[in-house]
Write a protein of this length. Structure first.
Length: 153
């Protein structure tokens, strides 16, 4: 239970971006795994993108400095930014949503480009990775996630 509360505290006190997609011909997708991961400026964590509707998504940029303190469920450090996206930014998010999907991708309207876009980006998955970093007294094991291409025979 303590880990769950720490995660809630970390996410609730981190920076959030409310992403507005004004491109009618490029609405946000969703999937059976409705969270996309994105590299962040901090290699210890990944940004999380949650599509809420064809026109809106939320990006949470976790603040790793909050992980080691007491849980703050009043969310006193919460901050947010509203961001209107360009078509290329919406496409990048849709690409990550498709690549993070397990089996199913959902979309509100079928466009001429939809099937080809999904086919091009469907052979990916979220994969754990661990690096062993040499230290003076041994090794530091560093674990994270990444979007990796599925190699098929």
């Amino acid at each position: 239970m303590g880990n769950i509360l720490r995660l809630i505290s970390t996410f609730g006190n981190s920076a959030w971006e409310f992403l507005f997609n004004n491109e009618d011909s490029n609405p946000f997708f969703s999937s059976d795994y409705p969270i996309a991961i994105e590299k962040s400026s901090d290699p210890r964590t990944m940004n999380k993108i949650f599509p809420l509707s064809p026109k809106m998504a939320i990006r949470i940029i976790p603040d790793t400095s909050l992980r080691s303190g007491n849980s703050d469920l009043s969310f006193s450090k919460f901050r947010y930014l509203r961001k209107s996206l360009k078509d290329t930014e919406a496409s990048k998010i849709n690409k990550m949503i498709v690549q993070c999907a397990e089996d199913l991708v959902f979309f509100s309207e079928k466009w001429d480009w939809t099937a080809e876009f999904i086919a091009k980006n469907r052979n990916f998955r979220i994969e754990p990775s661990t690096q062993k970093i040499p230290r003076a007294n041994g090794y530091f094991n560093y674990s994270t996630q990444s979007i990796a291409e599925i190699v098929r025979d």
